[in-house]
Design a protein around this ligand. Structure first.
Ligand code: SF4
Length: 91
């Protein structure tokens, strides 16, 4: 039996255009002990990449709907996504 992957490929197609494609993921995901200024600097470097990314919209929506807990997605930090989730959960 052959299983079609077309719908799945369509769902993930935006990733082909990602500005972060092939980049070191450590820019987007923090080491366990990262805090304070180091964290803010890394997150700002990631957001700078996201600002120039042509698929930041789909990326941010994916992170929100799949409730990604870690990393910078669509230009949003973990903390920002948690805040958005708290607001939207109240509605
Ligand atoms: S918005 Fe940021 S995290 Fe998302 S695909 Fe683009 S560069 Fe990568």
């Amino acid at each position: 039996m052959k299983i079609s992957t077309k719908p799945l490929l369509r769902v993930w197609a935006w990733q082909k255009e990602a500005a972060c494609r092939g980049m070191d993921p450590s820019v987007f995901f923090s080491p366990v002990s990262e805090r304070g200024r180091a964290r803010r600097r890394r997150e700002e470097a990631a957001r700078e990449i996201c600002r120039a990314c042509p698929v930041s919209g789909p990326c941010g929506r994916f992170a929100h709907t799949s409730q990604q807990e870690y990393g910078v997605w669509g230009g949003y930090t973990e903390k920002e996504r948690r805040s958005i989730r708290r607001i939207t959960d109240r509605k």
